[in-house]
Structures are given as C-alpha cells and as structure tokens.
Design a protein around this ligand. Sequence first.
Ligand code: ZN
Ligand code: ZN
Ligand code: FE
Length: 755
Amino acid sequence: MTVERIEVTGIVQGVGFRPFVYRLATELELTGQVGNDSARVFIEVAGTQASLDRFAHRLVAEAPPLARIETVVRRPVAGPAASLFSIVESRRAPGERTLVSPDVAVCDDCVGELLDPADRRYRHPFITCTNCGPRFTIITSLPYDRPNTTMSGFEMCPACLAEYRDPTDRRYHAQPIGCHDCGPVLSFTAGASAAASGLSAIDHTIEALDAGQVVAIKGLGGFHLACDATSDDAVGLLRDRKCRPDKPFAVMARSLDHARELAHIDESEAAVLLSSARPVVLLRAKANNGVSSLVAPGNPLIGIMLPYVPVHHLLLAGRAAPLVMTSGNRAGEPICFRDDEVGERLGPLSDAVLTHDRPIQVPCDDSVVRLAGAHLLPIRRARGYAPVPVAFRGARRRVLAVGGELKNTFCVSSTDHAWVSQHIGDMENIETLEAFEALVGQFRSMYAIDPDVVAADAHPSYHSSNWARRAGIAPVVEVQHHHAHIAAVMAEHQLDPFSPVIGFAFDGTGYGDDGNIWGGEVLIASADGYHRAAHLSPVLLPGGDAAIRHPCRVALAHLFAAGIEWDPPLPPVMALDGVELQLLRRQLERGVACVPTTSMGRLFDAVASLVGLRHHISFEAQAAIDLEFAAETGRSHGEHYRFSIDGQLVDPAPVLRSIVADLAAGASVADIASGFHHAVARLVRRLAEGARMSHGLHTVVLSGGVFQNALLTSLCTEILSGDGFETLTHSLVPANDGGLALGQAYIAAHRTGEN
Ligand code: ZN
Ligand code: ZN
Ligand code: FE
C-alpha cells in the first residue's frame, strides 16, 4: 500500500474535476480525499503502486471536457490511509491563485431536463450541472465554491442539497445549482405596468417580442436588447433607439438546423457554433432567409449564435423567428449588467425588461469569431473564452498592460501566465473607463498580481495610456502600437521572446515613433525591440482621423499622392461636389491640417471607394469589409497590380494607376477587388523574401486589424507557406486592437534593460 499526494493545476475548478476524481478513485477502489485550494486540486490517495499509476494516467486521459490540465505533480507521502474516498472542504492560502473557468453554455443533458415535463426542473430557467453554467461571471472570490459566487444568497433546498452531496449524481458538487424551490427567480416589467415573476415572465417576454417590442434580457454577462429579427419595424426601432444605422446586429437561432436556414454553415463553423463557448459566428447569409435586411444592411455576413442559457431555450422553444440579440448598451458604452442601472441605461432603449435575482459579478459581452477555412479568427474575445490564460513562461516581470483605445482589453501577467481581459469597449467614454478600472481591480485581486511595471501604448493621448501614467501603480513602459501587435502573436505561439520574426502589422491607425500615423508596417521584431524594415509610403490624410469616416476623401488623398487626376467618372470624385473637391485639393496642396499616414487599413478604404463600393462609413472597417466581400466572387489575381518598393518605402501608386485603368476598361468591381487582395498578398511575400535574404529569418507573423480579413489572411498564409515560411497569426486574441494588451505585456515582461 502506497500513499501519494497528487497536485493538479490548470483550469480544474468549476469544471467537475473533484467529482470526476471521486468517481475514478472509487472505481479503482482507492481511498483518500480530494479538495480545492486556491491554486490547485489536491488529491491524497492510497492503493497499490499499480493502481496509483493507473489512476494518475486516467486522471489526465479522461479529465472532464472543460478541464485544462497544466501540470500534475505526484509525490509519496507518509501517513495512514483513509478508509473511504471523500471530497473535503476547500482551503485558501493567501497569495495563491487558481485558473478560473469561463462560462459554459447549458449542456444537452440539462436542456433535455429543461424540456421534459416529468423532470423536477422542467422549465427551470437556471438549470445547470457540473458540466455547464455560469462560472467567471458569478465568481466573487476564490476558490470556486458556492459562498464565493453570486449564488451565495440562495440556500439549497433539501432535494438540491441531496444531489449536491450524492457522488453518483451529475450535480455532485456543482456549485450554482438550484431548482424551482430554491433557485433564482425571473421577473418581467414593462414600463409602469405591474411586474410578472416566475415562468409567466417568459410568456410576457414572448408576447412583447411577438408584438414587435424591444426587450432587455439579462443573460450571463450582461443584458441583451432583443427583438424579432424578422420584423423590419422591430429591428428599425432598435436601430433608431441605439443610434446605430448600419453596424450589424447578432441573431440568435433556436438550433443549428434553424441556423442553417439563415446562413451557409460548414463543418468547422458548426463546431464553433455548438462549442461550449457559444460565440457569435460570422457566417455567409442565405438569400431570402426571412431575416430583416435591417439586421445587417448591405452585409453578406450574418452573426449567429445559438442559445447558451436556459432562458434562451425557453424563449426560443417553439419559436420560428430568430431574435436579434445585441449587447445591452447605449452607443459607445460598456454592456449594462446591473439591475440597479438597467432602468436608467436601457429604459430608453427598451419596452420591457426580463431579469432575475442572481447578480452578475463580472460583465462579459458575447464573443465574436470568424473562420478562415478551419482557422478561428477571434474578432471580439469575451464570454466563453475569457479568462483562459496564455502561458507566459520565463517572464522577468509581472505586468499590467492597459491595451489600446478602441476595442480595449487589458492584460495582467505573472511569471508564468497572462490573463487577457474580456472585451471592454472604446475608451473615450467615461463609463467605459470606469468599467475598465473596476475590471483591472478584479483581475489584480483574483490573480493576486502586484505589477512590477505598467505597459501602455506610446500614443500621447490614448485614454488607457493616460490612465496608466496617472494611476501610479508602477513605472510605465511605453510600447509602440505595431510592435505590440506583432508581440501578441509571438505570445500566443509562445515563441522565443528574443528570436526576431518578420512581423507584418497592417491596421488602421497606430502611433508611430516619428509621430505619424502608422499602419502598413514590416517590423523585424522580438520582445526586446524592433526595427522598421519597410512601410507604405506616407500619404497625407486630410483632417487626420476625421477622414476615416469618409473613404472617398482617403481615396482622393491617395490619388493625389499618386499623381492621378481627379476626373469624372472616378467614383470618389463623383462622391463629393465641386466645392468640396476644390477645398480638399487646396488642403492637400498646402498640407494644412493633414496628418501623414502609412496605414494599410486606409489603403483598403481608398480602394473600396475607388471602385465605388462605399464612400462613407458608420463603423470601423466597413469599407474594407465591402471590398473583401466583393473580392470573393472575383476571378482576377491582378498580376499587373504591382507595388513599387524603394528601400523601406512601399508605394501603392502603380497599383492605383492600374486599378483606374481597369475601371476605365470596364473591369468588374469583383475582379479588381480580388486582384487587389492578391496583390497585397504578393507584396507580403516579396517583403518577407527581402527580410529572409537580409536577416536570415523565416518566421512570419501577421497581425493588426486588416488581418481580420479572412480572404487576405488565407491568401497570405497560403502564399507564404508555399514559399517555405512559417506563418503565424492569431487564434486566441483578436488581430485588432483587442489583442494589443497581450503584446504589450509580453514585451514589458521579457525585455531586458531598465524597467
Ligand atoms: Zn448541464
Ligand atoms: Zn432546490
Ligand atoms: Fe492596431
């Protein structure tokens, strides 16, 4: 008889690990105990050496589906063997941390019971078990036990407690369980009318939705604004109230089969839709799918997600029409998640509210992803993915990285892990900044991080950077924007921080070392520094950032720089009147109120306008998205579109001249758009080959918002891999500025020298 202590780290709490250990030990007729402390699951187990080895093997091989084991350490201990196997009380040691599970969509077993009239939890809106349910968003402190969650106020009834204590039950030690007798309760209010509570709240909500109303619905990480996705009136009403003219809304479909009626879905996409993270997946919409054209105006993609909490299943059961489910917030603000705020913040946007009395501790939006083939491209990383950490082995410092300005996330890192926060939002809003501050505090305490340095974007006026300078938490390290983009990919792939890569950072806007707006950058970069190997030629952007909303102005600026006449019927010329054109020309000639930019995002905008796709935008990257979609049906590889390269400078003028000539010759927009994408991919290969020749490097990293373009990412990966490069891009954090914080942390954690 041997006694061993086994310690397991990773995401092993809140995922059914202790019940699993219990069942395994019992099956193998081992005795001992299992428990959580704040950093790990610990097991003390007694048996023959052979059975202990079998136990240790199956511990990893058969771990619960949601567990992510990082390490298993076994050591023999002296001591009397217990006569039974049991689950013991959690212990908390100060300063230690465990990994917190993300929220998990309600599982099929629970949905089965939810819809089974014979089950005692039939239609219980908070049904959950060891394998599913809320986690991250209800945790108030660690270790993960019911008193440390927002379920602490709900005392289990005898029936639930019996399940919780029964090792053979699938709710054994499932922390958030409840039932009709003891669980949270729904309530529905519509304006001043009397509230309905319990299951009748579901019926009222369905009635309101059927009547074309907008209902604020509390979910896992905050409120949604929901309405009938097939009703132009309802969707139009929601758009008016949200002051959101074009930006697509996500839709929730009842089931995968139902989603297939709305969009084309391949196997990889189906797997992600059904995954326990249940993100919004951007899919190619089917024609005449019954969804209002106002859901995603002029957009060939539709963002679809499947139900992930029991309330969604109850609302959608038996319902043919999908629902718009968009984040419950006013334009620019973070998601509303507190009941004491919902009246003030969402009252003006909604006709009714469906809520419940289980508080949300941590706000968390829906995640959004796209697929490029089988490759997952995160667009917005939040519910279901946060707070899974990235391994950060060998880090020299603990860091708080505050991220960028738009699509902000932050990151805290220890010497072995980095935790990127969920999507927070655009920082120009005081409410967003407050949400950011609150979450920074939560992450620091949850992971017991007292940072050695604070990393921030080098931009002089990003709100995040100013916050870092003001906060006085630790010395501030400024990180160049595009360097951070490249480093984020290096961190994801756990590359050697000191081995340089060939980094392509293509995005809209980032502060450059020379004070200009960068965004079409080739950086030879490691965590320890970088140099700018090449970049797009600077083009004057009239009015600076204001031009971003008007791709026609960007197009005209590019034509001006390329020496191409502004003649009708060139579409961007037609988009402005004579006076505007004259003013713009004078502005460019004199360089008044113009900011030089090397942005690749702006070049995509310019081409989108040049071919007549879009001259004005109401959300970021709208024109570039149009160009990508147009390219999908094009056949041209644009062999005659050739950027000229002179030293560090990459000049798009020859490409623009060829496009103008093709337009005049009657080439299709699809072919020009396709040709342009291919031309950019060939440019990437040429520049990568140059860097390989001069630096002997062969690892290429692609980052920056432009690489949310699935077509461009696929083309670049294909063409580079065919040429012998190792090509790496994002699959954990977004290529857009939502990934910056991870890169900032990686640089600040590893770099040598002071701070
Ligand atoms: Zn379940
Ligand atoms: Zn109960
Ligand atoms: Fe960026």
